[in-house]
Design a protein around this ligand. Structure first.
Ligand code: ADP
Ligand code: ADP
Ligand code: ZN
Length: 213
């Protein structure tokens, strides 16, 4: 089963993708997490990606596609995967589709987690991320058991540089210009399913489970 998560930055794609991955026993693949892990480890890829991420811009398609296609070749992806934050542009979606077609495969579901822009800035300023394991929390809505500490791995939680309001506004603009057209793209392929992302995370997950049945 191959699932794509669509939605604005902060809509809850990552939160839901992790739950889907757990329920279906498939890997959760976040291009943002891959980039952040590379930045943390000081790799060349990380240095290149950081230039764009800090500006709230997208990392160029060529680089992003290469990373993603490499990852989905890993053995743990043989039963499928849930992609979180990829594709983010029409060209990325087209490359994914054509690479899958070569293997006689396809994307099964595109789930759009719908949250209006007004809610996003507030969500992002409260987001706290674990840069070690990729877990995310929220100061109000999804608190860790102990303030500032990741429940899963014990690392320190941080406000991501790109979650500051100025950068969030830029990312929202980029989302509307470059990523939102994917809603139409997958709708035409008749695999698009929208869920209301403004309700409680458990409710959002129930709606997604009903779609994936
Ligand atoms: P969020 O889920 O909050 O939008 P991500 O962790 O998915 O954030 O992505 C963080 C940043 O990493 C993006 O703003 C962008 O710069 C870069 N990035 C992640 N995925 C992609 C992608 N598919 N194409 C281009 N850039 C990407
Ligand atoms: P994305 O991957 O789309 O950027 P995240 O899953 O990281 O989004 O969620 C963004 C922030 O909002 C995080 O702090 C997360 O804990 C919180 N969050 C996620 N889903 C909900 C929800 N349904 N209601 C309120 N806050 C949420
Ligand atoms: Zn952690």
């Amino acid at each position: 089963m191959k699932i794509i998560m669509l939605g604005a930055p902060g809509a809850g794609k990552g939160t839901q993708a992790k739950r889907i991955a757990e329920k279906f026993g498939i890997p959760h693949i976040s291009t943002g997490d891959i980039f952040r892990a590379n930045i943390k480890n000081g790799t060349e890829l990380g240095k290149e990606a950081k230039k764009y991420m800090d500006e709230g811009k997208l990392v160029p398609d060529e680089l992003t596609v290469r990373i993603l296609l490499d990852r989905v070749k890993d053995a743990d992806c043989s039963k499928g995967y849930v992609l979180d934050g990829f594709p983010r542009t029409i060209p990325q979606a087209e490359v994914l589709d054509s690479e899958l077609a070569k293997l006689n495969e396809k994307v099964d579901y595109a789930v759009d987690v719908d949250v209006p822009d007004e809610n996003i800035v507030k969500r992002m300023s409260g987001r706290r991320a674990c840069l070690n394991c990729g877990a995310t929390y929220h100061l109000e809505y999804l608190k860790p058991a102990k303030d500032g500490v990741c429940d899963k791995c014990g690392s320190e939680l941080v406000l991501r540089d790109d979650d500051k309001p100025e950068t969030v506004n830029k990312r929202l603009k980029v989302y509307h210009e470059q990523t939102q057209p994917l809603i139409d793209y997958y709708s035409k392929k008749q695999i698009l399913h929208a869920v209301d992302g403004t309700v409680d995370p458990d409710e959002v997950f129930k709606a997604i489970e009903a779609i994936l049945k």
